[in-house]
Ligand binder design. Sequence first.
Ligand code: CA
Length: 220
Amino acid sequence: MRILLVEDDALLGDGLAAGLRLDGYGIDWVRDGEAARHALLSEDYAACVLDLGLPRRDGLEVLRELRGHGRRTPVLILTARDTVADRVAGLDAGADDYLLKPFDLAELQARLRALIRRAGGEAAPLLRHGDLILDPAARSVSLGGRSVSMSAREYALLLDLLGHKGRIRSRQELEASLYAWGEEAESNTVEVYIHHLRRKLGPERIRTVRGLGYVLGDPP
Ligand code: CA
């Protein structure tokens, strides 16, 4: 799953990107409002973390335009603007959540999980597929009640597939989930990690749809 991080503070952005990558998300990081606007209108993100005070274009303006285009990307505003009027303006502009700086990374991570879960129509915090359970809060995976160890990339790939259950994910979409902009993916990476996942979770779970990609079909 890909998240767009919009933050002009280099130190904070760096820490946030690193923290969120640990949760298995692919992070695209932009540092001004114009780049944010372009990314949000041209790409499909699982969520966006949006600072408001930005060079070139204010975050609120970007958000209003995004909603004006009918885009439903879940947006969490992360800002130092702390008056009630600011919060009301942010939520009324179309934000789904609002978190004040300074903040705790664990809280931001939990709020993002909740946003992404709700956007996917899920109320339960665990992602399930038959006897396979992924717990995003604990970053753990179990199969038939037994814990399964996963590399960071395997976990990120499984998280993406579970977040798009029943929908075919192209290799490009899965690659985007695994790598940030500018990070070079090797040509067969997705195939390699799918192979690993099948070895760990059973061969039937992830189906190949020839020429289109991969899908989590009915649980075996
Ligand atoms: Ca700022």
